[in-house]
Design a protein around this ligand. Structure first.
Ligand code: FMN
Length: 668
């Protein structure tokens, strides 16, 4: 069924066994910036899993280029030995190994580079760091070019097959290329030719340093998505210049850290940035990698089949499932765990300076520590609750050889993931449910839907162990008017059990659930992507009207939040996009607003000491959840082996619930 994904391809003389490239990821596993066992184990697992090319890094090139701790270093010869162990571990399993060179320019926080002022083409502060860099002198530019060349030699010496130079995401090279961040009036600024000079000098110096036969890749931004910045047109021309300079492969991602066009959350359509590679491919004759949100082998194969790219980048997809390539090559598609772009364990962790892991793969980054062993003595295990924690515990226990039955009182598995998937742009949560469902089936777990497991039943059926994953119930605030008939609970609305029939909707609670319920309601009456395409292609409406049709529904939504931040519990890498979507959908966000009472036609809130009534035909409650794990105590009293996991223990994010469930599944 897959036509091209597993066809070998050459980058220069190097043959890759397939077209799957694990693109570079800074993982935060290396406190002293040196390769360690944890890092090796992470990459070795991905190499064993069948990726064609694994790109390690980014690695800093000098003391200004990026964090001097936690980020991998290629700054001096002392790091070569560690990297040679890593490169060998990857290559041992048949994958090719590349290593990426990174220089952040004005995106380096001074605190991360030991108090130094960041260096950039011009002294323009970034929205990302909010700090002003110094404009590089000609001497500093030459030093920087040399540091790339020196670091490239180390990569070669360490035994990697390819050196990749990062020239994307708004980092140093993009800053030279862009008229927004390069205001120089010397030979490195002004005209397009001058702005090209720095990256081309690096390409030249790297080629010179590694010799004519060693493969060199550049990772470029296919479009800055920055006002006044470079578009796909300029970046495609840039790629052509790199090819002339002797670069052997172009890896195309998109955007800058400062852009307001999301590139990573689940709201980006699958393969939604592959078109950037198309522009690049039209200008070069060397292999091109298409990237971003290619989380599925069929999407990947389509990108290749349609000629949009010659290879596909899969970064998070291989965090979520290191064995995705192997499973696909053996047509074991139903066993694949797809990355859903939730970013909770990867991007959010990097931004919070924590090691990268994965909501759906708790082993990611803990390969040495969490090793599933066959159960010493297979047990009959009951898992009560078919939400994400229950499903993960059941799957883990079953894969270890236990005989597992999962009880779910609803008519479907998935729990709160099914609710999380309802708002626009959040549909990938269903993928997580589908994957777990298919894997439970594959692992032979018995699923008993619409069945409430009581302590008596569990005792009577004689289970050896019970995992209580009964989730949470919605919290009901004690405010006057809560019992009025137009008051609904958020989960009931998301589940479709209750419909807010009125026009003015007030949501009490501006956390993730309240905000996303708001997005769902505000999008009622907007047009679909297909309708948009049809209207656009047939010139049915002008651009401004189309935007309105996409964003203005039939209900007016106000979200009332008592804290000073809406979506406080949403991770940093997703939150800004959700807030942007909420603004686009016209949702009124009222912060520092305490709901005092609900009346028949509105909600009275206290804002800055003043009472105000917000009109409401329906009021929706989204003020959090409380654990519903009472069964656990009953089982303990009945002297049964019992484990309490997920929201039933403490209401929190899916990543924590799944992690805990996985560890219990390993322990039983
Ligand atoms: C935790 C994390 C760290 C990343 N660090 C880098 C990096 O150092 N260099 C780079 O070129 N891209 C980096 N990326 C971007 C990825 O290589 C990739 O382009 C991005 O995740 C989109 O592709 P995906 O949808 O396949 O994950 C990082 C991504 C993640 C999730």
């Amino acid at each position: 069924m897959l036509k091209k994904l597993f066809n070998p391809i050459n980058i220069k003389e190097l043959e890759l066994r397939n077209r799957i490239v694990m693109t570079a990821m800074h993982l935060n596993y290396t406190p002293d910036s040196r390769v360690n066992d944890r890092l090796v184990a992470f990459y070795e697992e991905r190499a064993r899993g069948g990726a064609g090319l694994i790109i390690v890094g980014g690695c800093t090139t000098d003391e200004y280029s990026g964090p001097t701790t936690w980020m991998l270093s290629m700054r001096d010869d002392s790091v070569i030995e560690g990297h040679s162990i890593l490169a060998a571990a990857i290559k041992k399993h048949g994958a090719a190994a590349a290593c990426q060179l990174y220089h952040a320019g004005r995106y380096a926080h001074s605190i991360s580079i030991e108090g130094r002022q960041a260096r950039a083409p011009s002294a323009i502060a970034s929205r990302f760091t909010k700090e002003e860099p110094s404009a590089m002198t000609i001497e500093e530019i030459k030093e920087t070019v040399q540091s790339y060349a020196d670091a490239a030699v180390r990569i070669k010496e360490a035994g990697y097959d390819i050196v990749e130079v990062l020239s994307c995401t708004g980092y140093l090279m993009n800053q030279f290329l862009s008229p927004v961040t390069n205001l120089r009036d010397d030979e490195y600024g002004g005209s397009w030719e001058n702005r090209l000079r720095f990256p081309l000098e690096v390409a030249d110096a790297v080629r010179e340093a590694v010799g004519p036969d060693y493969p060199v890749m550049f990772r470029i931004t296919g479009h800055d998505f920055m006002e006044g910045g470079n578009t796909n047109k300029e970046h495609s021309l840039y790629a052509a210049e790199l090819e002339k300079q002797g670069v052997d492969c172009i890896n195309v991602t998109g955007g800058w850290h400062e852009t307001r066009v999301p590139q990573l959350p689940m709201s980006v359509p699958r393969g939604g940035l592959a078109w950037l590679a198309v522009g690049v491919k039209s200008k070069v004759n060397i292999p091109v990698v298409a990237c971003n949100r290619i989380n599925d082998v069929f999407v990947a194969d389509e990108v290749l089949r349609l000629g949009m790219g010659d290879l596909v980048g899969m970064a998070r997809a291989l965090i979520a499932d290191p064995y995705l390539p192997q499973k696909a090559s053996e047509e074991r598609y139903e066993e694949i765990t797809h990355c859903i772009g939730c970013n909770q364990g990867c991007f959010d962790h990097v931004f919070y300076l924590q090691p990268v892991t994965c909501t759906l793969n708790p082993r990611a980054g803990r390969e040495l520590e969490l090793v599933p062993e066959p159960a010493e003595k297979p047990k009959r295990v009951a898992v009560v609750g078919g939400g994400p924690a229950g499903m993960k515990a059941a799957l883990t226990a079953a894969r270890r050889g236990h005989v597992v039955t999962i009880f779910e009182k609803d008519d479907m598995l998935g729990g709160q993931l099914n609710l999380a998937a309802v708002p626009p742009g959040r549909e990938e949560f269903w993928t997580a449910v589908e994957d777990l469902d298919a894997q439970l089936d594959h692992a032979g777990v018995e699923v008993r839907l619409e069945e409430e497991a009581t302590a008596a039943l569990l005792k009577e059926e004689g289970y050896d162990a019970v995992v209580v994953a009964t989730g949470a119930r919605q919290a009901v605030p004690n405010i006057p008017g809560i019992d009025l008939p137009h008051v609904l609970m958020a989960w009931d609305v998301l589940e479709g059990r209750e419909d807010p029939e009125g026009e003015d909707i007030v949501i009490i609670g501006g956390g993730a659930v309240g905000s996303e319920t708001g997005m769902y309601i505000a999008s009622i009456g907007t047009i679909s992507g297909d309708t948009l395409f049809y209207l656009l292609m047939n010139k049915g409406e002008d651009a401004e009207s189309l935007k309105q049709l996409c964003s203005q529904g039939i209900k007016k939504v106000t979200v009332v939040e008592m804290l000073d931040k809406v979506c406080r519990d949403v991770g940093i890498s997703t939150r800004w996009g959700i807030l942007q979507d909420m603004r686009n959908l016209g949702i009124d966000m009222r912060k520092n607003a305490v709901a005092k009472r609900i009346e028949e036609d509105g909600v009275v809130v206290m804002i800055e000491g003043e009472e105000e009534k917000i009109p409401a035909d329906n009021v929706i409650i989204a003020v959090g959840a409380c654990p519903a794990g009472e069964l656990y105590e009953e089982l303990k009293q009945a002297d049964m082996e019992a484990y309490l996991v997920g929201d039933a223990k403490e209401a929190r994010k899916a990543i924590e619930a799944i992690q805990e469930a996985y560890e219990v599944g390993l322990k039983i």
